[in-house]
Design a protein around this ligand. Structure first.
Ligand SMILES: C[S@@+](CC[C@H](N)C(=O)[O-])C[C@H]1O[C@@H](n2cnc3c(N)ncnc32)[C@H](O)[C@@H]1O
Length: 340
């Protein structure tokens, strides 16, 4: 059963969106007071997203051999961009993430030899952030509770140098197919795939050192990925039920997390009802939402009050990535530590 407070919040959210959810950016109107450069935000939402790929260190030898065969040299960090540049694409290093690149002119990255051989993976830039924040180390036990289609899982496993255990779970088995084939292509062997309702994930599977909780959400931040998503695909029916499910998933993930462990809560949406309010409702005194900043990546602070309700003070430490701040999709992330 969903908590009553969350039911009320959802009803308010649905009502608010029903009023403002006309037109492509109508849904964002309720965040005007949270955004300093409103025009910049709307303009960013009209532009397509830059294509971003990251180089796979597990295929370093292959990248070197391919680069040498093409008469190119350099370290792994230089091999992939060199190979792509040699094909005429414009490549620019992502300022805040090692070995990730924005690539212009590459329309079908999945059709390239570099992709086929697992030298690179295509991922929306801002969705590289959860893996970086999670900071999973080789040998650890890590859970990605809502993992499909699996871009972030692949990123975490590669960051762990494919050593340790990453359990990638999703309630929808068909959505896990892409994760399986990506792991194979990238040479990742440390991922165990499960398909269980995360709200009832067996506690005996824990405890985990780190957990990524990239919850199903109303996807407002994907305006740039799916033009029209904000005004068309979204709506009361889509939004309804999200906050309650998010809170229940977080409650379960918290029980699965080891004392002293780290949990990253992420959504690709702006609604405080799906972010700060969920954390405020679910987390207790054994949780701290930590402040963080990533050099080269701008964010706005979370809200500690929403629609007249005061939230726990560390909700300010959530980071809101509006599309115009870094020319990415929209994202909201919290880094949470469980007391030992
Ligand atoms: C935002 S997507 C995750 C994206 C993924 N982390 C990635 O980077 O590719 C949310 C996922 O949650 C899954 N999901 C929804 N309800 C769930 C539940 N009760 N338990 C586990 N997964 C669930 C959905 O099937 C969906 O794949």
């Amino acid at each position: 059963m969903l908590p009553r407070t969350m039911d009320r919040l959802e009803a308010q959210l649905v009502a608010a969106r029903g009023r403002s959810g006309v037109g492509r950016h109508g849904l964002l109107d309720r965040y005007r007071d949270l955004v300093e450069d409103w025009t910049g935000l709307l303009e960013a939402c009209r532009r397509p997203l830059p294509l971003v790929v990251w180089a796979n260190p597990l295929r370093a030898d292959l990248a070197h051999r391919l680069a040498r065969a093409a008469g190119l040299g350099g370290e792994l960090d230089e091999c992939l961009p060199a190979l792509l540049r040699a094909r005429g694409y414009v490549v620019e290093q992502v300022a805040w993430y090692p070995s990730a690149y924005r690539v212009w002119g590459l329309e079908k990255p999945g059709h390239t030899l570099e992709h086929y051989l697992g030298l690179m993976h295509v991922q929306e830039e801002i969705s590289l952030l959860p893996a970086l924040l999670l900071g999973a180390l080789p040998g650890e036990r890590v859970l990605d509770l809502c993992a499909a289609p699996g871009g972030k899982s692949a990123c975490i496993a590669v960051g762990m140098n494919d050593a340790g255990t990453l359990v990638a779970n999703d309630v929808r088995p068909t959505r896990l197919r892409a994760l399986r084939s990506n792991c194979e292509r990238l040479g990742v062997t440390s991922v165990v795939i499960t398909s269980i309702d995360g709200t009832r994930y067996p506690l005996r599977a824990g405890p985990f050192d780190r957990i990524l909780l990239d919850v199903p959400c109303s996807c407002e931040g994907n305006l740039r990925v799916t033009p029209g998503a904000g005004g068309g695909r979204m709506g009361a029916a889509v939004v309804s039920g999200r906050s309650g499910l998010q809170a229940t998933l977080l409650g379960r993930a918290w029980k699965l997390l080891a004392p002293g462990g780290t949990l990253v809560y992420a959504t690709c949406t702006f609604a405080p009802e799906e972010n700060e309010v969920v954390l405020d409702y679910t987390l207790g005194e054994d949780a701290s939402i930590l402040p963080f900043s990533v050099p080269g990546l701008r964010h706005d602070a979370g809200v500690a009050e929403w629609e007249g309700k005061r939230l726990r003070h560390d909700c300010r430490n959530l980071a809101r990535y509006w599309p115009h701040l870094n020319d990415t999709g929209g994202f909201t992330v919290a880094l949470i530590r469980k007391r030992s």
